[in-house]
Write a protein that binds this ligand. Structure first.
Ligand code: CP
Ligand code: NVA
Length: 304
């Protein structure tokens, strides 16, 4: 059973295969075609945290492909005292063809995938956000033309989105540099993991945002306090203040595109001027979530 729990669950060739299906389905969608590749197939979204993009892009994708989806929020009792994650996963597998899970804890998604008889896709955990990274690299291909040999500068928290991007950039030959205060850079376990799975990858870290963005083809940021970190907000606002992506920082990389997974805290990690400016591709990133997830579902369900 194939799952997508972290981006490194896929090889570079598999990512390219998903992108190829996504491109084909995107072109058909733009031309007004919604081919029913997956009639009668059902996707379940099991979510423990809020979502706009992930939820709606998966639901719309499934409808466009002729299947259907159902959203299971807190009242489903997932990851609660009502029943074990294993029982939940085994039962859900009897009804649906694919599961997307957004969980507070990465381990919960791993547990679900361990028992599921259908593919499980990580729709964001505290550790990883693989669907976001796939859509982002797909977006870069569209807007910059290539990713191999170019640099993505991630200015902000070394959290789920940054980890996923580091891995996917490494897989596709893009240089990745994280600019963050020391305490918010990758931890030793993740660095060791990267060295093991992607020994050739060019992944760097610095505390200097200007050094990171100089020469970069893309500048990426994410919120300073992620879902579940609200209690650390004040401390993080202080620590990340020198890392705001604003016009002064973007002036060091005049040809770079600006990227953000959204939702954004405007005036914190990014200014209005940058996120609404000509370099911003944030809307394309959000739109591509749907196209790439169509490709991913079709690939996982063997409808390539
Ligand atoms: N980028 C992203 O995953 O957005 P949502 O949290 O709205 O799904
Ligand atoms: N790092 C953010 C990403 C939201 C899409 C969070 O986990 O809240």
């Amino acid at each position: 059973m194939r799952h997508l729990i972290v981006p490194e669950d896929m090889s570079a060739a598999e990512v390219e295969a998903v992108f190829a299906i996504s491109r084909d389905l995107e072109q058909k969608f733009v031309a007004g075609r919604r081919d029913a590749l997956l009639p009668g197939r059902v996707l379940a979204l099991v979510f423990e945290k809020p979502s706009l993009r992930t939820r709606v892009s998966f639901e719309a994708a499934m409808t466009h492909l002729g299947g259907s989806s159902l959203f299971l929020g807190a009242d489903s009792g997932f990851a609660s005292s009502r029943e074990s994650v294993a029982d939940f996963g085994r039962v859900l597998s009897e009804y649906v063809d694919v599961i997307v899970c957004r969980s507070k804890s990465h381990d919960t998604i791993v547990q679900l995938a361990d028992v599921a008889e259908v593919p499980v896709i990580n729709g964001l955990s505290d550790y990883s956000h693989p669907c976001q990274a796939l859509a982002d690299l797909y977006t870069l291909r569209q807007h910059v033309g290539r990713v191999t040999g170019l640099t993505m500068a991630f200015v902000g928290d070394g959290n789920n989105v940054a980890r996923s991007l580091a891995v996917l950039c490494g897989l596709l030959g893009m240089r990745f540099v994280l600019a963050a205060p020391q305490a918010y850079q990758f931890d030793a376990a993740f660095r060791a993991h990267l060295a093991k799975i992607l020994p050739q990858a060019d992944i760097a870290e610095t505390t200097d945002p200007v050094a990171a963005v100089t020469g970069a083809a893309a500048v990426y940021t994410d919120v300073w306090a992620s879902m579940g970190q609200e209690g650390e907000r004040q401390q993080r606002l202080q620590a990340f203040a020198p890392y705001q992506v604003n016009s002064a920082l973007m002036a060091h990389c005049p040809d770079a595109v600006f990227m953000h997974c959204l939702p954004a805290r405007r005036g914190e990690e990014v200014t209005d001027e940058v996120i609404d400016g000509p370099a911003s591709v944030v809307l394309a990133q959000a739109a591509n979530r749907m196209h790439v997830q169509k490709g991913l579902i079709a690939w996982l369900l063997g409808h390539a």
